[in-house]
Design a binder for this molecule. Structure first.
Ligand code: 5GP
Ligand code: ZN
Length: 121
């Protein structure tokens, strides 16, 4: 698959390029409209990113324009957690640079596999 054939892809977007197979990633699950792959710098025993195949900058924009796609992303996150950490997981959508977002293609961080702390700041 090439990003050039996907009208919603953004050519300079890292996660569009992972979805297109142009940048390697360890894909752990896929659905019709979403892809799950391991974070390159895991912060927990299970740390998977779930992205929609279509490019959307952040979760607020996705919820506004395609809430069904946001539900698909969450459903795939749940599927990964069921496979890897007994269905118990934390989902984080960093939204905005000051909240820690560094890749502006919406992604759910799926964290699990340990007793998670609660110290984001
Ligand atoms: P953010 O900071 O935008 O919420 O999360 C971006 C995440 O993408 C980070 O956790 C970072 O480790 C991960 N990441 C950055 N570049 C790559 C990459 O090339 N491959 C993978 N698999 N993850 C990446
Ligand atoms: Zn993108």
């Amino acid at each position: 698959m090439s990003s050039s054939t996907t009208p919603t892809a953004s050519p300079d977007c890292l996660f569009c390029r992972i979805v297109a197979g142009e940048v390697p990633a360890e894909v752990v699950a896929t659905s019709e409209r979403a892809v799950a792959f391991r974070d390159i710098a895991p912060q927990a025993p299970v740390h998977v990113l779930v992205v929609p195949r279509d490019h959307h900058p952040d979760v607020a924009e996705l919820a506004a324009v395609d809430p069904a796609l946001l539900a698909d992303v969450v459903a795939l996150a749940h599927e990964v957690a069921q496979a890897e950490c007994d269905g118990a997981f934390r989902t984080i959508f960093n939204t905005g640079a000051s909240a820690g977002q560094s890749v502006f293609h919406v992604h759910a961080h799926v964290l699990g596999g340990a007793a998670l702390g609660w110290t984001p700041a």
